[in-house]
Design a protein around this ligand. Structure first.
Ligand SMILES: [Fe+2]
Length: 390
């Protein structure tokens, strides 16, 4: 019955998303163009939002100097990875004091997600907890430009923002088309100093977005095309970018991340993300790393119901017409080449698993159009596989 209701809910949502044309951000290719845009829109007080690593980078200092020639700039550099409600609220309070009328959110998914929520909180008198779920943002957030500085997340073009609720040991999404930034700057020079392990893990996050969107049940021709393009680009470029910081490969990964973002903002993600959020809320592990480790395990658990999708990807990405599950082997090979190892067996504690399963089910039902739903026994079995005890 629960599955039936979830599928009906997803069908209604699917029809709604087919009828509503989601806005996409306007793409800018250089940081300087962001300054022009702010001037064109008559903005005065700019919040430059980042984390501690990015604010020391040359590209950040360059942008900061350019902005300060023409605007009042509030530099808020304390956004942590996996932003929690309290950290976001601190940025909101500062922004109110400063009468911020535009945000440049420069960083990875955490910073862009935080930027979206700050933008929404500045116009909506509603707590972050009350924004949880779908379509809970009433008023249009303030003007925002997103500048991704990693190879993943796609947050610059999605309806979603993920926040951590430390008090409740939960990590959840806020989904609303109003959260889509007005502009996104895709300048690959911001990736040149990205540590190589972050190239790998953020690209794996983007790959997970694309694959979960592709195998899910709420695809359209457009989301399938974007997801396929992203999967192809990531397999084709991530190893080179990881080895050498090659600018062209980084640029194509940035594009892949954007494409994957467009795909999953309409077609959603699935169990990989639900497991990843639940585990990360307990043990604070990086999102992209978890997705990379979980992706082949969960694809295998889906079994034959995703054969057609895996076979399509096998043919289109690897020109391979053999066993559909060869695609999962290619994925495992990629993880080895990116030095991603599963270290979760000593981290996940038996006593936390029942609660994590509760969080996974809460995240998946009724929103995620997964290829099939897992029973409690299967969910437990996946945890055993993750911990190498199955
Ligand atoms: Fe993700």
């Amino acid at each position: 019955m629960k599955v039936f209701i979830a599928r009906i809910y997803q069908k209604i949502l699917y029809i709604f998303t087919c009828l509503i044309k989601f806005r996409e951000p306007i793409i800018l290719k250089k940081l300087d163009e962001a300054v022009e845009v702010l001037r064109k829109h008559n903005k005065k007080n700019i919040l430059l939002l980042s984390g501690k690593r990015v604010c020391k980078e040359e590209f950040y200092i360059y942008l900061d100097n350019l902005l300060k020639e023409q605007f009042n700039v509030l530099n808020y550099t304390d956004i942590p990875s996996d932003p929690d409600i309290e950290s976001i609220e601190k940025a909101v309070i500062k922004s109110k004091e400063y009468n911020v009328d535009a945000i440049i959110s420069i960083g990875g998914g955490s910073t862009m997600d935080a930027g979206k929520i700050v933008a929404a909180r500045l116009t909506n008198n509603k707590s972050i907890r009350k924004m949880r779920g779908l379509l809970k943002i009433t008023k249009k957030p303030i003007f925002m430009i997103a500048v991704p500085t990693t190879c993943g997340t796609g947050s610059e073009c999605t309806v979603a923002s993920v926040v951590t609720d430390l008090e409740r040991n939960e990590k959840y999404a806020i989904n609303d088309p109003k959260l889509i930034p007005q502009y996104a700057v895709l300048d690959p020079k911001t990736l040149l100093t990205l540590p190589k392990h972050l190239i790998a893990t953020t690209a794996l996050d983007a790959l997970t977005h694309a694959i979960e969107a592709y195998i899910g049940k709420s695809n359209t021709n457009k989301t399938r095309r974007y997801a396929h393009e992203a999967i192809y680009l990531i397999f084709d470029n991530v190893e080179e970018a990881y080895k050498s910081h090659d600018l062209e490969s980084l640029e194509l990964l940035q594009l892949a991340s954007y494409d994957a973002g467009i795909a999953f903002t309409k077609a959603y993600v699935g169990y990989v993300h639900a497991f990843s959020h639940a585990i990360s809320a307990y043990y604070h592990l990086p999102h992209g790393y978890l997705n990379g480790v979980l992706l082949p395990i969960i694809l295998e658990e889906y079994g034959d119901c995703i054969n057609k999708e895996l076979q399509d990807l096998n043919v289109e990405v690897f020109n391979n017409t053999d066993n559909p599950h060869d695609f999962i082997d290619k994925l495992k090979e990629l993880l080895v080449n990116l030095d991603i190892k599963n270290n979760l067996c000593d981290i996940i504690k038996d006593e936390d698993i029942p609660n994590m399963i509760k969080h996974i089910k809460k995240e998946v039902y009724p929103l995620y159009p997964v290829p099939r739903y897992f029973s409690d026994e299967e969910l437990l079995n996946i945890f055993n596989k993750i911990r190498n005890i199955a």
